[in-house]
Design a protein around this ligand. Structure first.
Ligand code: T46
Length: 146
C-alpha cells in the first residue's frame, strides 16, 4: 500500500453522535468505526496561529484524524493528486492510509486534532523527505521500505 495508495483511499468516516441538550457525545469503537486496531491515541493542541504540522508520509501507519475542537485543513498528496480536506466536526473522522503525504494547516484558535493510530510511535515508519516520498511512489513497488 505504501507505493500504490492514492488520496482516493482516504475517506471521511461518520462517527456516532449522541445529541443531548446538555452536550453531545461521540464514541469511537474499534471494530465498528475504525478499520484498524487502535494501538495509540495522541492529540495536537496549543497550536499557535499560522503554524502547520505534518509534512511527512507513513510507510505502514493507518490513522483517523478528528477535529475534537475547532477546525483545520489536511492536505493529502499521493505524489500525483492532492486533496484538501477541512475537518471541523467532532463526529467526522478522516482515515489516512499508508503512503500519503500529509500537511495540517489553518488551525483555528484552540483547536484540537485527535488522532487514533494503528501502530506505536516509530520514527522508522516516517518518510520525512518529499523527494524520497516521490521516488517510493514512482517505483510502484509496495515491497519498498525505503
Ligand atoms: C501525523 C500528524 C497528524 C512522540 O514522541 N510520540 C508520538 O506519538 C508522536 C505523534 C510524536 N512524538 C514526538 C516525535 C517528535 O519529536 O513528538 C515530536 C513531534 O512529532 P512530529 O513532528 O511527527 O509531529 P507532527 O504534528 O508533525 O505529526 C504528527 C504525527 O507524528 C504524524 O504521524 O500524521 O501528527
Amino acid at each position: 500500500m505504501l507505493a500504490t495508495s492514492t488520496v482516493s483511499d482516504c475517506r471521511i468516516i461518520d462517527l456516532p453522535k449522541v445529541s443531548n441538550p446538555a452536550g453531545n457525545i461521540t464514541s469511537i469503537n474499534e471494530s465498528q468505526d475504525v478499520a484498524f486496531s487502535i494501538e495509540r491515541v495522541y492529540y495536537l493542541y496549543d497550536i499557535p496561529g499560522g503554524e502547520s504540522r505534518g509534512g511527512h508520509a507513513h510507510k505502514g501507519l493507518y490513522q483517523l484524524l478528528v477535529a475534537a475542537s475547532g477546525s483545520f485543513d489536511v492536505l493529502l498528496d499521493d505524489g500525483v493528486r492532492q486533496l484538501k480536506v477541512t475537518l471541523n466536526q467532532p463526529y467526522k473522522g478522516l482515515l489516512i492510509v499508508p503512503g500519503i503525504w500529509r500537511e495540517l494547516a489553518m488551525f483555528s484558535s484552540g483547536s484540537i486534532c485527535l488522532v487514533l493510530a494503528s501502530l506505536k510511535y516509530d520514527e522508522d515508519d516516517y518518510i520525512r523527505d518529499y523527494q524520497q516520498f516521490l521516488s517510493v511512489k514512482k517505483s510502484g513497488d509496495d515491497s519498498s521500505n525505503s
